[in-house]
Structure formats: C-alpha cells, structure tokens
Design a binder for this molecule. Sequence first.
Ligand SMILES: Nc1ncnc2c1ncn2[C@@H]1O[C@H](COP(=O)(O)OP(=O)(O)O)[C@@H](O)[C@H]1O
Ligand SMILES: [Mg+2]
Length: 334
Amino acid sequence: MRVISVINYKGGVGKTTLTANVGTELAWRGHNVLLIDLDPQSSLTFSLIRPEEWHERYKDRYTIKAWYDAFESGNELPMQNLIISPQRVNDRLDGNGRVDLLCSHLGLINVDLHLAAHLGGTTLQQSKRKFVEVHGRLAEGLSSLSQEAYDVVLIDCPPNFNIVTKTALVACDGILIPAKPDYLSTLGTTYLARNVNMLIEEYNSYANLPGGDPVEVIDPQVLGVVFLMVQEYDGEPIASHRQYIAEISRTEDMHVFPHYIKRNDTLFGDAPKNGVPVVLQGYDSGRYGGVASGLTGVVDDLAGRITEIEASMAQQEEEEQGRTLPRVVWSNEW
Ligand SMILES: Nc1ncnc2c1ncn2[C@@H]1O[C@H](COP(=O)(O)OP(=O)(O)O)[C@@H](O)[C@H]1O
Ligand SMILES: [Mg+2]
C-alpha cells in the first residue's frame, strides 16, 4: 500500500481535481484505490457523492471527522468501517480496479483545535508521546487497514499546514504538489517543500528520543509538481505559463512532471456534478483534444517517478547494508 498526499497551501490550484483523476485512472488500470478527503470543504466528497446522499447516509457516521472525533473521545472506531464505495465512478470502472472513499465533513475544521489541545506535556517523554500520538494518528489508522485492501491511498489535503494536514504528511510515502502556472501558486511550492522538511525533522527528532515506545522515523518523498489549468497555443503552453513551468523546473530538488493538465472549464466544471472524473469520460478529440492524454500522461509520469524513487531507495539501503555487513561479521568473530 502506497500512501500519497496531494498538497498545496493554496486553494483552487487543482488538488481535488488531481486526486480524483489520478485515483480513478489508477483504478482503471486495475489498482484498488482509497481516496481520503481531508479538506473540510469536502469538494472531493461531493465530486463523487451526491450531496443529498451524503446528508442522508454518510454525514453523521461515515466521515473522517467521525474518526478523528473518536480519537478525541477515547473511543475506538475502526477506519475500515467508515469507508464507502461511490457508485457512479465504480460503475464506470467496469470492475477493473475500484475507488473507495473516506468522506469529509465541514466540522473537520474544529478537529485541528481538538488535536492541538492534546499536545504538550510536563516532561520530554510526555511531549514525545503526545506529539507522536497526535501527528501519527492518520498513519496509525491506515496501518489498521488490511495492507492488501488497497494498492494506493491518495489524500486530498486542505490548503493549510495545520495539524490535520500534518497527520497526512506523517502518514504518507510520497507528496504530490499540484500547481497552477501563476505567480502565487509557484511561490507556494517552495514554501511547502521547506515546511515539509521542517515537519519531517521535528517528527523524527521526537521519534529518535530515547525512552517510551520505539517510534519509526518518517521519510516521505516529494514526488514532484503537476501543473493544471495550462493554456495552450499551437500545442504548446502559452508564453506566460511556459515561464512559470520553467521557473519551478529550475528550482533545486524540485521535480516537475513532464505531462500537464490542460485547462478546460467545461469538462472540469461539470465532472463533479456527474460523479465521474474527467479522465473516465473518454474525451480526447476536437476542442477537448489533449485533456485526457494529459491526465493519463501525468499518471504515467507518477508511476515512473515512484519506480525511480523506490529503486534508488532500495539501492541506498543495499549500500548501507553493504557497509555495515563487514562490521557485523567482524564483531561476530569476537
Ligand atoms: N484543468 C482544468 N481546467 C479548468 N478548470 C479546472 C482544471 N482543473 C481544475 N479546474 C477547476 O478549478 C477549480 C479548483 O480546482 P480544485 O481541484 O477544486 O482545486 P483545490 O482542490 O486545490 O482547491 C475547480 O472549479 C475545478 O473544476
Ligand atoms: Mg480541494
């Protein structure tokens, strides 16, 4: 099970659109996918579920808010029991893979305050325990799921860096950053990368503290930036968009996905109402030309990037073992 957080501080850059389309395309390719809507605005939820259905069936019990609330009140609520299966998108998947959903709720806004109240402590040990407990909450929930149930979990994060967002970053293996090719969105990606690194350092400094239960350190990898809402002229991004894409590509350590998602207000504006993301709608000709191939291209890029990162991590591990192995053998002789 690979866990990917889709995040950018800025609203309206395409986080939800990217989460829905990447998840659905992966399911089309045969994977079992869990989408988690961590944004109180609940756009992902309402892109897949009709509002009246959510009100009637899911609002009170089947949301990620209910799950965080259970933590607050000290109850156990298995995450597995809260997951639902959105019908319209799954009908279109023809049984290839499937898309499941953990819905959001406007009340998730308050969860940050409740979680914050759990932090702190009179001793370092206590602070460590609470910090890890609170920030590791989502990681713990995901580890309680059957690891065979899902190939990929995609988390649609809210546009902030509050505690709930941090639980997603602690829980994930990879971070995907959607951006619009404009000044403020590109500015945001640099801040984001910096804050992610600070969070990783802080979490791991607690994890490495001696005493208490051992805590695994985290090492989420920034997968890269995906551009959405790109306008083309003659098959190329227009000059101003090209400039912002080039600017991020030049940023040190920031990978930009070669494929991007073209702007099309009609297709992307209507898709949430239909409950089926654009990538499954089969448009790729005439005035819709290049929209679907951009979306599937981004998923190809993502798969390639994950393979590349995993290979390099495996190699690094091997090298580290290679270095330590002689020492172990040597000390055994004594
Ligand atoms: N490629 C695109 N072309 C046109 N509109 C888009 C495109 N991608 C997203 N949108 C629209 O932009 C708005 C913001 O996208 P959304 O995915 O909700 O962003 P976020 O989750 O970051 O707030 C939505 O109305 C969405 O339909
Ligand atoms: Mg959103």
